[in-house]
Design a protein around this ligand. Structure first.
Ligand SMILES: C[S@@+](CC[C@H](N)C(=O)[O-])C[C@H]1O[C@@H](n2cnc3c(N)ncnc32)[C@H](O)[C@@H]1O
Length: 296
C-alpha cells in the first residue's frame, strides 16, 4: 500500500516530460481520488486503495507519453467556469480570455447601449437581444463566456466539427445556458446576412511547417483547430472577407491571431474596408487579437 505522499514521490518520473510535474502529479492524484489538492496536503499519510492507485498510475503513464493534463482530466478552467474538453477540441488558452474581455467591453459600451435603446423604441418596447456570432467555437469557450455574461445576448456558435459541437452543447447544458444556438457549418456559410452585432473568432492560424506543432501539449490537439494554409492566414482571410456580409452596419469583428501576425491581419482588415482597426496585447506585450469595425 502506498500513502498519498509516497504516490506523489513515485510520480517524480514526470520530471522527464513536464516542468510543472509536481502540480501535474497533484492534479492527477486528486482526480484519481475524486478529491481536491487540499485533501492531499491535509492527509499525506492516508493509504491509497488499489483502484485509485491504478487510476493514478494510468494517468501518470498517459502524462509520460506527453498527453496534456486537460485531456487526461477531461476539463479545463476558462474565464469563470470549468469546461469539458476532449481530443476533438482545442484546449482553451488563457490568452483567448483577452478576446472575451474585449468583446464584453465593446458590447457594454455606449455604442451598443444606444443601439439596444433605439431597437427597443422601434420594436414596440421589446428588448431585442444583441446577436453575437462565434466562429470556430470548439469546446464553446468564447460563446459560453459571453452567453453567461448577459442573458440578453443571443449567441450563435459555429464549428465545422460535429464532435466539437457535441461537446460544446454538453458544456452549455452543464452551465444551463439557453441563449446559444449551435450550428455545423464552414465559417459563415448559410447564416443570415446583416444579422450580427459582433462576430468573434479564434480560428486556426498556425503555419503547417511551424516547429511548435511538434512540441509539447499541442501535438495532441486536432490539426483542424490549429493549422491554416497560406502561412497560417488562410482562415483569417476567409473570415475577414466573409464577415462583412453578416455584420450589421457599424458592427465589429474581433479575431484572435498569432503573436507575429499583427501587421498582416491589420492589412487584411484594411483591404476588406474595416475601420478603427486595433490590435490588443496581453500583459507581457504580446499581440493576441485584432478588432475592426465595418462602417459601410
Ligand atoms: C483555434 S480553435 C478555437 C476553439 C475555441 N473557439 C477556443 O477559442 O478555444 C479553431 C476551431 O475552428 C474550427 N474550424 C476549423 N475550420 C473551420 C471551418 N472552416 N469552419 C468552421 N469552423 C472551423 C475547428 O474545428 C476548431 O474548433
Amino acid at each position: 500500500m502506498l500513502t498519498i505522499k509516497q504516490a506523489l514521490e513515485e510520480a517524480g518520473q514526470l520530471q522527464a516530460v513536464s516542468e510543472s510535474w509536481q502540480l501535474d502529479a497533484e492534479l492527477l492524484l486528486a482526480d484519481a481520488l475524486q478529491s481536491s489538492r487540499e485533501h492531499l496536503f491535509t492527509w499525506p499519510l492516508q493509504e491509497l486503495q488499489q483502484q485509485p492507485l491504478n487510476v493514478f498510475r494510468s494517468h501518470c503513464q498517459r502524462r509520460l507519453q506527453g498527453e496534456p493534463i486537460a485531456y487526461i482530466l477531461g476539463s479545463r478552467a476558462f474565464w469563470d467556469f470549468e469546461l469539458q474538453v476532449n481530443h476533438h477540441v482545442l484546449i482553451p488558452r488563457p490568452e483567448t480570455e483577452l478576446l472575451v474581455e474585449s468583446a464584453i467591453a465593446l458590447l457594454r459600451s455606449d455604442q451598443f447601449q444606444v443601439r439596444q435603446f433605439q431597437d427597443r423604441e422601434s420594436q414596440d418596447h421589446q428588448s431585442p437581444a444583441l446577436q453575437i456570432l462565434d466562429l470556430g467555437t470548439g469546446s464553446g469557450a468564447i460563446a459560453l463566456a459571453l452567453a453567461r455574461e448577459d442573458q440578453n445576448w443571443q449567441l450563435t456558435a459555429v464549428d465545422i466539427s460535429a464532435e466539437a459541437l457535441q461537446l460544446a452543447r454538453k458544456n452549455a447544458d452543464a452551465l444551463k445556458l439557453s441563449n446559444i444556438e449551435f450550428r455545423q457549418a464552414s465559417w459563415c456559410d448559410g447564416l443570415p446576412a446583416n444579422e450580427y452585432d459582433m462576430i468573434v473568432a479564434n480560428p486556426p492560424y498556425i503555419a503547417a511547417d511551424d516547429e511548435h506543432l511538434r512540441e509539447g501539449d499541442i501535438r495532441f490537439e486536432p490539426l483542424m483547430a490549429l493549422v491554416a494554409e497560406e502561412n497560417g492566414l488562410a482562415d483569417i482571410r476567409q473570415i475577414v472577407r466573409q464577415s462583412r456580409d453578416f455584420l450589421k452596419k457599424d458592427s465589429w469583428l474581433l479575431i484572435e491571431h498569432g503573436y507575429n501576425q499583427q501587421d498582416e491581419v491589420a492589412a487584411i482588415l484594411r483591404a476588406a474596408a474595416y475601420s478603427n482597426i486595433e490590435c490588443r496585447k496581453d500583459l507581457a506585450g504580446i499581440a493576441r487579437m485584432s478588432a475592426g469595425q465595418f462602417l459601410a
